[in-house]
Design a binder for this molecule. Sequence first.
Ligand SMILES: [Zn+2]
Ligand SMILES: [Zn+2]
Length: 341
Amino acid sequence: MRVYHLLRPGQLELELVNKPVPASGELLARVSVALTCGTDLKTFERGHPRLKVPGLLGHEWAGVVESVGDGVRSYRPGDRIVATPTAPCGDCAFCLRQRENLCLHLFEQMAIGAYGDYVLVPRHIVNRNAYKIPTAVSDLQAAFLEPLACVVHGSDLVCLGGDRTVVLIGDGPIALLFLQVARLRGADRVVLLGRHAARLELARELGADVALAAGEVQVRAAVTALSDGLGADTVVECVGRPEAWEQAIGLVRKGGEVLLFGGCERGSRVSLDTERLHYEEIALKGGFHYTPDSVRRAWDLICSGVLSLDPLITGRMSLNELPAALDRLRRREALKLAIVP
Ligand SMILES: [Zn+2]
Ligand SMILES: [Zn+2]
């Protein structure tokens, strides 16, 4: 089988390796489609604080069960399947505190390598974070499970619904998913800040009341106008750059909350106005990863068909074209690309 191996940042090789044989509790899936993700590009360019390099890439995928190990009863060869790349151990100090997204063992054994022909799904993921795909759901839609689970988890950390002005910073796939989830949760007013005219147009089609180029003077004016002069009730940062984190904190009203969702480069620092944080009681929250519960609710959303996922896919490319696909992401010519082996 073919699989891409990231040997070191910037060096990606398509290798031929033996097809793995699933051990007890595991299963092997043939990849039907893998989606590119901003995390892949970051990992390719500079490594990643949580992922192994050298290692495999590709964590958003859907496929077909090829073979199952002993004791796997819920899946059979031929079943269409989707799984997230991780699942919590259920047993560590963080799992026991219901913070399964912070499990100490999340990244030890992953279902990763979807930029390849097959993915081996370990037992704990088969048991907790895998689903059979119903006929009404396409592989492409199913492959959104992981990013959407992250967004559902993030959406639980702040209040998005009701009489609120929600500002989303970013015009990538994550911001466009947050936009749709905020709408489903009943957010009255949603503003999305981005850089690309076409993406801002898409954001309007997907339900943003206002979609503006970030960094412009009009941003503050627009947020002020929509919020009776107060500022945003909730700001969600979906970029992963210190400037965007600072902008997020600058746009929130007194007593408002900021979800810092985009992971910045390791070692990044931001500067905070202590007066705003203290005297204006601003709540800052980090949001990371997902739990089995947010995965299940993300899966229900995908299966219910209420989300517009297809517009987030810019095009399809073959496995051989992965380096070119990452290049298109780097140049921000694509939201997400579907890699079809
Ligand atoms: Zn992802
Ligand atoms: Zn754990």
